[in-house]
Design a protein around this ligand. Structure first.
Ligand code: PLP
Length: 383
């Protein structure tokens, strides 16, 4: 019988330990494995190549995303590095115009000097993607909702365009997780994650994950994972598995809190603009509703000019000013100087990542406490 996602979160992948009956997969804290004679081992050789705790997480992310293959890395960017290593000098990748700053940085500062081209386009508009495609285009790389403006790209439609062009569709699914959105089932070829965020869920681990269906691409990725070596440690694999067990209940609360806060912000009179695909007024609302089971819990907003955003950050009590997102605790950040500082100022302005933009990762605290904290900090920031 095929289990529902709620059950897979807890029992998917490798469920417990067959040898001892331990209900949790043990932390196999070992670098190497005994060979009984030359060339004869138990299937495990060396922990960069494979480790049972990491393998349990890799199987789990594959199950959750509706994929066949999973890979776990030491960070989201290590995962992205390995996926981008599928391409060669002369290849071209189309990327969304708002995308995680580190993803842009690795493309611009690491892969571009090696000859891999990228072109930035508004992927919420299918015609613009089609216009950006040329004979060297090997991939379309999107986030949806994207970081930090929460713009929504139609995954199924983009997958069709990619297939027609003979290009891969790569989706960074960090913001929604497979609990809310499963890009492989909508036609994407590769899903990447920063497991650091909602999957780990407790702001205590850095990890990256990949899931896919195609055996040939998977074989190449396993080769690259071992060859480049940015693998996730056994302990961090354990922590990520542990985080995933509660993903469903956490996401339900995250989304409920975020929905209430986005609605409050919108009618508060404090803001010029709220970006949240769960608001019916948001341009991404319809596509979001069609392709995902919820809008997630990332909100971005711009305060009216009578409020000073620096003072707002200073006056928060419960909500923490910090990089990262997706943990149980509420975090705010200033994309222009923090997560997206690596994107040139002119590109930031053009795409809407203005200096006044505030990004809010809504945690699972009491929602009224969060609203009171926002109200207090905004009032205290009045010029
Ligand atoms: C954080 C993040 C990454 C990078 O992941 P790390 O685990 O920090 O390396 C990639 N994509 C998105 C959408 C992110 O939020």
């Amino acid at each position: 019988m095929a289990y529902s996602l709620d059950s897979l979160l807890i029992h998917g992948g490798i469920d417990g330990d067959k040898v001892t009956g331990a209900v949790n997969v043990p932390i196999y804290q070992t670098s190497t494995y005994k060979q009984s004679e030359l060339g004869v081992n138990t299937g495990w050789e060396y922990s960069r190549t494979g480790n049972p705790t990491r393998a349990a997480l890799e199987k789990l992310i594959a199950d959750l995303e509706g994929g066949e293959f999973g890979l776990a890395f030491a960070s989201g960017l290590a995962a992205i590095h390995t996926v981008l290593s599928l391409f060669q000098a002369g290849d071209r990748i189309i990327i969304s115009d708002n995308i995680y700053g580190g993803t842009f940085r690795i493309l611009d500062k690491v892969f571009k000097p090696l000859g891999l081209q990228y072109v930035i386009t508004d992927t919420t508009d299918a015609a613009k993607i089609e216009a950006a495609i040329d004979s060297n285009t090997k991939a379309i790389y999107i986030e949806t909702p994207a970081n930090p403006l929460l713009s929504v790209t139609d995954i199924a439609e983009t997958a069709k365009i990619a297939r027609k062009a003979g290009a891969l569709l790569i989706v960074d699914n960090t913001f929604l997780t497979p609990y809310l959105q499963r890009p492989l089932t909508l036609g994407a070829d590769i899903v990447v994650h920063s497991g650091t965020k909602y999957l780990g869920g407790h702001s205590d681990t850095i990890s990256g994950l990949v899931a896919l269906r195609d055996a040939k691409i998977a074989e190449r990725l396993y080769f690259l994972q071992n060859a480049i070596g940015g693998v996730l440690s056994p302990f961090d694999s354990f922590l990520t598995i542990r985080g995933i067990k509660t993903l469903g209940v956490r996401m339900d609360r995250h989304v409920a809190n975020a929905t209430k806060i986005a609605e409050w912000l919108q009618q508060s009179g404090y803001v010029k603009k709220v970006y949240y695909p769960g608001l019916p007024s948001d341009p991404g609302y319809a596509v979001q509703k069609k392709q995902a089971d919820g809008p997630g819990a990332m909100i971005s907003f711009v305060l009216k000019d009578e409020f000073d955003y620096r003072a707002f950050f200073r006056n928060l009590r419960l909500i923490t000013l910090a990089e990262s997102l997706g943990g149980v605790e509420s975090l705010v950040c200033h994309p222009a100087s923090m997560t997206h500082a690596s994107i040139p100022a002119d590109i930031r302005q053009k795409t809407g990542i203005v200096d006044e933009l505030i990004r809010f990762s809504v945690g699972i605290e009491n929602v009224d406490d969060l609203i009171e904290d926002l109200r207090g900090a905004i009032e205290a920031s009045r010029r």
